[in-house]
Design a protein around this ligand. Structure first.
Ligand SMILES: O=C(O)CCC(=O)C(=O)O
Length: 282
């Protein structure tokens, strides 16, 4: 699908890079909301461990991955069309859902820079209404380099810079830099309703990213490529965008002190590399 439309304004693109997120209410059409909610209901009712991970099995989730508007936003945020899908998750949340403490989801081992962009596209099919769970975002935190769980000790308390999302229209999509620190604050109420949450994650081209999990990720990408190959986004399901996360974790095990000292010596004549298209913003 060719996506030469500009869905985000220039100000929104700047806001994404500056604050780490853009919220688009009503991004999904009523038909998309209905079809995706029905699909999530169907599988959540019949598969106790349903999480949308084997996404090629789910038609409506597949169509959200390749939604032309979503890919157009990705083209704008990534700066070129060669980005790759990392994973898709889907969940139906009900009353009494547990919270998730402050964390970020930027995939890097170890966490040392933010040279390239990774985007979580968060779909709230039924919106958010202050019951079941609020989404908390920590504005601008994507620009700090930290462990994914560095702020976990703050639980789901509001901390300076917190943006609360608890009143969003159905079909809202939040485009969040994956390094943006966020939390899900549990809320009472919501009996008899559901909170539908689908996150779809894309990685900018130019570096290798950790694979999604230790098993099955190559097969998932191959199945998706067979079904959804898009010549305008030729690397969308390209396994070459990734390395085996388990190998990287094993390489780090037992290292002490400054990890840089365990790397081969740098060639002083090698050209210095710069990262992806991240505008300098104040
Ligand atoms: O349920 C949500 O709104 C966000 C959950 C979360 O923190 C995550 O998926 O990383």
């Amino acid at each position: 699908m060719q996506t030469d439309l500009n869905v985000l304004t220039d100000d929104e693109v700047l806001q994404f890079h500056k604050d780490g997120f853009v919220v688009r209410e009503g991004f999904l059409s009523p038909e998309q909301i209905r079809a995706a909610s029905e699909e999530v209901n169907r599988y959540a009712d019949t598969e106790p461990r349903f999480d949308g991970r084997n996404v090629w099995k789910y038609d409506e989730l597949c169509s959200l991955i390749t939604d032309p508007k979503t890919l157009a936003v990705m083209d704008q945020l990534m700066g070129d069309p060669n980005y790759a899908l990392h994973h898709c998750h889907a969940a139906r949340h009900n009353a009494g859902l547990a919270g998730v403490g402050w964390h970020h989801d930027y995939e890097q081992i170890p966490q040392v820079n933010r040279s390239h962009t990774q985007v979580h596209v968060l779909h709230y099919l039924a919106g958010l209404n202050g019951t079941i769970g609020d989404m908390l975002l920590l504005r601008r935190s994507h620009r700090a380099v930290m462990r994914r769980d560095a702020l976990w000790f703050c639980g789901t308390e509001e901390i300076p810079g917190t943006v609360v999302l608890n009143n969003l229209a159905p079909g809202t999509v939040v485009f969040a830099h994956s390094a943006l620190v966020h939390a899900r604050r549990p809320q009472p109420g919501g009996e008899g309703t559901s909170r539908y949450f689908i996150d779809i994650v894309f990685m900018q081209a130019g570096i290798k990213w950790p694979s999604y999990g230790r098993e099955g990720w190559r097969d998932t990408l191959a199945e998706l490529d067979k079904r959804l190959h898009d010549p305008h986004h030729p690397h969308l399901f390209d396994a070459d965008a990734f390395f085996e996360i388990s190998e990287a974790v094993a390489r780090l095990e037992g290292l002490e002190g400054s990890v840089a000292l365990h790397l081969p010596e740098a060639d002083p004549n090698a050209p210095r590399k710069h990262g992806g298209a991240i505008p300098v913003v104040q």
